[in-house]
Design a protein around this ligand. Structure first.
Ligand SMILES: Nc1ncnc2c1ncn2[C@@H]1O[C@H](COP(=O)(O)OP(=O)(O)O)[C@@H](O)[C@H]1O
Ligand SMILES: [Mg+2]
Length: 343
């Protein structure tokens, strides 16, 4: 590089360069000595000055701090108080990758919405039953689970729903029995609509129903996507988390085309974010490039408090109520309310 660009600028043929030091700016005393015969400097019209001032006042980057997604953080209101319940929005927590925060988000978003006065039903739709265990239930002691509701016509919602331990939030529990449903449903008429059919009554009494999906795109997940109005995709802020998202998007598009035209993506949630690493920040940037405004402004940071609260069998919002993790899920609840509940 220097060989090409340097040629002609060195040695005896070098052009005479202007001095690099700029001449000093005129001092106030020098200005004062300018003869009066010279024309007056141009003065801007008053209205132009006014509009320039307002433009600076309205500039958003100065007012709103930039959040971890690289966009200005909105000031979100608390969800509006409700006078009656019902017409639930059904939201599925979906990602075929395991360990990305689906179950953690279902428990804590649910608990936060319940704190804001929403009547919430959580559906454990993963045969691993982590949601049920995370709320303190023993998988071996369950009489009836979502499996019975799906497969036995005489079992009703009221038979299976249990309190979650959080005021205002109930649970449809699950255990390993549900893995049999995946096989048995194959022979059912309208097999993809089975979950939608059995939770119909719950939509009349709850404000929000959150479905915790299993880490696969099999028949159970297709049932969840058919039964819901919206999907939240939790994504770990780690490079490999972005792989497989295209397949998930294709599955969502197919379900929308063939089974559930109202299906929307309610949002993409960055989880296990570590703002100290460039890596996390880059993944966040890629997410916003790929999904735009679908990415929630709220991100969930990595903290051991989540595993601790699972062991304790309760949401982080009650286990460590003032912790940053609890606050993050309350913030997410506000964002979800603004986007798809209070509309
Ligand atoms: N933000 C977080 N920071 C640290 N650990 C987390 C976080 N979210 C979830 N975890 C932990 O990671 C593990 C997997 O999370 P989980 O919600 O069960 O994922 P999934 O349901 O997608 O498989 C659990 O042990 C959980 O406690
Ligand atoms: Mg899970």
């Amino acid at each position: 590089m220097s060989g090409i660009f340097g040629r002609g600028h060195s040695g005896s043929n070098a052009p005479i360069m202007p001095p690099t030091v700029p001449s000093p700016a005129p001092t106030p005393t020098e200005e004062a000595t300018v003869p009066l015969s010279q024309p007056l400097p141009f003065v801007r019209p008053a209205e132009e000055l006014v509009s320039a001032a307002t433009a600076t006042e309205e500039a958003p980057p100065v007012a709103a701090p930039v959040g971890p997604t690289g966009r200005p953080l909105p000031d979100l209101p608390d969800p509006r108080p409700l006078t009656s319940h019902g017409h639930a929005r059904v939201i599925a927590m979906c990602n075929q990758k395991g360990g990305v925060g689906k179950t953690t988000t279902t428990i804590n978003l649910g608990a936060s919405l319940a704190e804001f006065g929403r009547k919430v039903l959580l559906i454990d739709f993963d045969p691993q039953g982590s949601l049920s265990v995370g709320l303190g239930l023993n998988p071996h002691e369950m009489e009836l689970t979502v499996y019975n509701l799906l497969m036995q016509r005489d079992v009703t919602l009221d038979d299976v729903i249990v309190p979650s331990g959080v005021p205002g939030m109930d649970l449809l529990p699950s255990n390993i029995d549900l893995s049999a449903a995946e096989v048995q449903l194959v022979h059912e008429v309208a097999r993809e609509q089975t979950l939608q059919r059995v939770i119909g009554k719950a939509i009349e009494t709850y404000d929000v129903i959150l479905i915790d999906c299993q880490p696969s795109l099999g028949l159970l997940t297709v049932n969840a996507l058919t039964a819901c109005d919206g999907v939240i995709v939790p994504l770990e802020c780690e490079y490999f988390a972005l792989r497989g998202v295209a397949l998930l998007k294709t599955t969502i598009d197919k379900v929308r085309e063939r089974l559930n035209p109202r299906l929307e993506i309610d949002g993409v949630l960055g989880t296990m974010y570590d703002g100290r690493t460039l890596h996390s920040r880059e993944v966040m940037e890629r997410l916003v490039q790929a999904w735009g405004d679908k990415v929630f402004h709220t991100v969930i940071r990595r903290t051991v408090k989540f595993s601790d609260s699972t062991v304790a069998g309760e949401p982080i919002t009650s286990y460590a109520t003032g912790s940053p993790g609890a606050e993050a899920y309350r913030q997410l609840a506000k964002e979800v309310a603004v986007r798809c509940l209070d509309v």
